[in-house]
Design a protein around this ligand. Structure first.
Ligand code: ADP
Length: 468
């Protein structure tokens, strides 16, 4: 039972989870390539728009540096100023290339940037040194060519270091692109597997739900069949009881008639001991007739064909009358019988005759089962909202006694047919309370019992009150 309900709880959670997982996996499957493509596109743009043009710029700078030195060499050898002009124009182009380069390398991280700064600084220092030499140019002799000084060579070295740094940056970016594409592939495979697993578990769950639904349907059919069978059994039992009681009632009635004739002396005078025997016979016959009547009532109540009315009934008056009927029998048993009427004149929507029958049973039991000289109390009143068996307005009649009380474990049993407590020695046939409870329920009410063993019992008859 436990594991079953545990499974159901888990099953319901999985039922909701699987479709959610499928949807999430599919959305992720669509989103992953988009996100990765965007990431890859950014890196590709860095290579195409920055790294490749930067490498071109570096090659250009190397070329321009070489052209500057060859122009200067021409100038120093020939002293022809056209060489100087050509040097200056290459120097201007180199500066432009340096400007372009520094904007490009800014996008490629610290390493290329540092090398480009170094290249620019060395080139500028070389140009400054050259300008000084050109100003003092007259004193420079062949073989002492300043443009080939250490700074020029350092600038060329810096250019090739920058080129390597740019090649490294490009490689790193290509590696990052490959890694992102590999990641995307794995993610897609993983998400595909997840979606597949969720789809399979959904299919499995829906099959299980179908099986459970089929089982529930089968159980419902079974319950309906059992209900119909019970109804048939109740009906045939009721028919049997009605038939038997009818057949037994008539001969018993006839036997009582004959006994009455004897009692009346129509067949000759009876001796005192014969009178006693005939009285005994009549008591037994009356007892049997009572049982038959009870059985008849019970089977009709069980089959639901005991007609009951629902009319406004002044309960205080009715209860008073019933109490008066039983006053003699209570006194004969040595009990006091007290009635407490509430001033609120409770009116119940009920059937007066059935209420008399129920109260008669409860009072007869209280008198019968209370030993010695006891006290029996009857109280009628409106009950506050919420105190009754169901929400609504209730009138209740309490019949209390100072008898032996009823143990908690017996309090339901005494309302079953033919159930009598083991310690009960007083005569009875165990039908009164079960008929009374059935009647009370037919009237829309109930009977409950409160009791303390050794102190007494209180039987409470609940009846629906007239709506206020
Ligand atoms: P009967 O009185 O004919 O035996 P009931 O159905 O009226 O049948 O009562 C069932 C049993 O409940 C009784 O046999 C008795 O053991 C117990 N019982 C009923 N009323 C009382 C009471 N007021 N005090 C103690 N026991 C009771």
């Amino acid at each position: 039972m436990h594991t079953r309900s545990g499974f159901n709880g888990g099953g319901r959670a999985a039922e909701l989870l699987s479709p959610a997982v499928i949807v999430l996996a599919l959305v992720a499957l669509l989103l992953v390539p988009v996100v990765i493509q965007r990431e890859v596109a950014e890196i590709r743009a860095e290579i195409q728009d920055a790294a490749d043009p930067a490498r071109t710029a570096v090659t250009n700078i190397q070329y321009l540096l070489a052209r500057q030195t060859s122009s200067l060499r021409g100038f120093f050898i020939s002293r022809d100023s056209s060489y100087l002009e050509s040097y200056r124009s290459f120097a201007v182009r180199e500066r432009e290339a340096q400007d372009r380069l520094s904007t490009l390398v800014r996008r490629l991280g610290n390493d290329p940037l540092a090398h480009s700064v170094e290249l620019r600084a060395l080139s500028e220092r070389w140009h400054m040194e050259l300008e000084l030499d050109l100003r003092e140019g007259a004193g420079v002799g062949p073989g002492e060519i300043p443009f080939e000084s250490g700074l020029y060579l350092e600038a060329l070295g810096a250019a090739s270091r920058l080129d390597e740094a740019l090649a490294r940056a490009t490689r790193e970016r290509r590696d990052a692109i490959e890694a992102a594409e590999r990641r995307a592939r794995w993610l897609q495979v993983g998400l595909g597997v997840l979606a597949l697993a969720a789809a399979l578990s959904t299919a499995w769950l829906s099959r299980r739900v179908q099986r459970l639904a089929a089982e529930a349907e089968a159980r419902r059919h079974e319950a309906e069949r059992a209900l119909a069978e019970t109804a048939r059994a109740v009906e045939s039992k009721a028919r049997l009881i009605r038939g038997v009681t009818h057949d037994v009632k008539n001969p018993l009635g006839a036997a009582d008639g004959y006994a009455e004739l004897l009692e009346m002396g129509l067949k000759g005078d009876l001796t005192p001991s014969q009178v006693k025997v005939v009285a005994g016979i009549r008591r037994s016959i009356h007892g049997a007739l009572e049982i038959i009547q009870d059985l008849l009532d019970l089977s009709r109540a069980e089959a639901g064909d005991l007609p009951v009315e629902h009319r406004p009934v002044r309960l205080d008056r009715l209860v008073e009358e019933v109490v008066e009927e039983y006053r003699g029998s209570a006194a004969a048993s040595g009990h006091t019988l007290q009635l407490a009427l509430s001033p609120d004149r409770p009116i119940a929507l009920t059937d007066g005759a059935r209420v008399r029958q129920i109260l008669g049973n409860l009072l007869a039991n209280a008198i019968k089962y209370t030993p010695g000289t006891g006290h029996i109390g009857v109280a009628v009143g409106l009950e506050p909202n919420g105190a009754g068996p169901r929400p609504g307005r209730w009138v209740c009649v309490r019949v209390s006694d100072t008898g032996p009380g009823i143990r908690p474990e017996d309090r339901d049993r005494i309302f079953e047919e033919f159930q009598r407590l083991a310690e009960t020695t007083v005569r009875g046939h165990g039908l009164g309370l079960s008929i009374s409870r059935r009647l009370a329920r037919l009237l829309g009410g109930d009977i409950t019992v409160e009791s303390e063993v050794g102190q007494g019992s209180t039987f409470v008859l609940w009846l629906p009150g007239e709506p206020g």
